[in-house]
Design a protein around this ligand. Structure first.
Ligand SMILES: NC(=O)c1ccc[n+]([C@@H]2O[C@H](COP(=O)([O-])OP(=O)(O)OC[C@H]3O[C@@H](n4cnc5c(N)ncnc54)[C@H](O)[C@@H]3O)[C@@H](O)[C@H]2O)c1
Ligand SMILES: [Zn+2]
Length: 361
């Protein structure tokens, strides 16, 4: 097992990473304020991992209250959040009971927001079971739900007490979901760490084959990088925005094709190529760099050609993205592989050119 710490003063917490951590109650129990936990999960993940987790906790004297919510991004809404409150209130869950999220980013975001608001805040633990959740959504304290008019529009910053990333749970993850998580892993290399990017190029076949040591290494380095960024900018007033590389383009792709057609990570992959191509047009990346970025994403079995939505539609969808500040569209661009920056200063004709042939990787 390896441990990465997120340093946020009194809100600091450990991320434990390793195979078969789920049943190691001794890693969880020290973080509980009382021997009682409500575990939020969905039927897919619950069928696989709720019983082993609950049995281990019960064996350590912890009372477990399971709360099941429906599977899927379309359920990340007010109604599902309310059903979690219903479950907590029906069981008279009190302020010292810990809420646990067992699942992917949807379960984590919903359960985290429930923990932030139930009784004005109860302790929270993340047990992420998708690669995306292990490297991204479970770390950093962003929680929330979607609104019919926009994704993740309602939420709170609320840090967990512990993140337990059991890499053995990735064995049952559908291949498309694994690839979507790899898009965020590649993002960390692109924005912050060139040698990690080099390592990913060498290790991608092992990662796609789910080699446990390679996956654990990828999760660890991704968590270290995210912890470093979040530790310096918890509420995204500056550097945390770098984590959105490829996301403004990606959100436009997700919304333009209607949500659910492409997975988030798939849209981020194609969006990262668009960001790389704009960076190339601005003279920062070479053509060979852009080809490397696309090749690594392809090796991760991700799409690199963004759909033809039309330049005006792209710009409209990107303008709706919440990363717009004071009416100015801000983008994350690459100075080089391993170094990203945030800017509102880019030539619009170059952006239009990139969006006019979005399928050219
Ligand atoms: N809070 C943040 O900082 C943050 C960051 C990135 C993304 N997100 C959010 O995360 C969500 C996406 O998360 P996701 O990609 O994990 O999707 P998800 O939670 O929908 O999980 C994907 C699918 O895999 C299933 N699943 C989960 N673990 C499994 C396992 N071990 N074996 C088999 N199946 C498993 C789920 O039931 C689901 O059907 C989005 O709502 C996004 O907005 C949040
Ligand atoms: Zn993302």
């Amino acid at each position: 097992m390896e441990t990465v710490r997120v340093e946020l003063g009194e809100r600091s917490y450990p991320i434990h990473i390793g195979a078969r951590l789920l049943t190691r109650a001794e890693l969880i129990v020290p973080h509980l304020a009382q021997p009682r936990a409500a575990v939020v999960t969905n039927p897919t993940v619950g069928a696989l991992y709720l019983e082993p987790l609950s049995a281990a906790l019960r064996g350590a004297g912890v009372d477990v209250i399971p709360i099941s919510i429906p599977d899927g991004e379309q359920h990340k809404n007010w109604q599902t959040l309310n059903s979690i409150f219903d479950g907590l209130l029906a069981r008279r869950v009190e302020r010292k009971t810990t809420l646990m999220a067992l699942g992917g980013g949807v379960v984590g975001d919903l359960a985290g927001f429930a923990a932030a608001t139930y009784l004005r805040g109860v302790p929270f633990i993340q047990i992420p079971t998708t690669l995306l959740a292990q490297v991204d959504s479970s770390v950093g304290g962003k929680t929330g739900i979607n609104h019919p008019l926009g994704k993740n529009m309602i939420g709170a910053f609320y840090q967990p007490k512990l993140v337990l990333a059991d890499t053995a749970t990735l064995d049952t993850l559908p291949a498309r979901e694994l690839a979507a998580g790899l898009a965020e892993v590649i993002k960390y290399g692109l924005i912050l760490d060139r040698s990690f990017f080099d390592w990913l190029e060498a290790s991608m076949p092992s990662l796609v084959a789910r080699d446990p040591a390679a996956l654990a290494q990828a999760v660890r380095r991704s968590c270290e990088l995210k912890a470093q960024v979040v530790g310096g900018d918890e509420r995204e007033s500056g550097a945390r925005a770098l984590l959105n590389l490829g996301h403004t383009f990606g959100h436009a792709i997700e919304a333009g094709l209607s949500y659910g057609t492409w997975l988030h990570g798939e849209a981020v992959a194609a969006g990262s190529v668009l960001a790389a191509r704009l960076s190339q047009r601005m003279g920062m990346l070479s053509e060979a760099d852009v080809a490397r970025v696309a090749a690594l994403l392809r090796a991760a079995q991700l799409p690199v050609a963004a759909p033809e939505l039309g330049v005006d539609r792209y710009l409209e969808l990107m303008g709706l993205d919440k990363k717009v500040e004071g009416g100015k569209l801000r983008l994350i661009l690459l100075r080089r592989i391993g170094q990203a920056y945030v800017t509102a200063d880019f030539p619009e004709p170059a952006l239009r050119e990139v969006l006019a042939s979005p399928g050219q990787a």
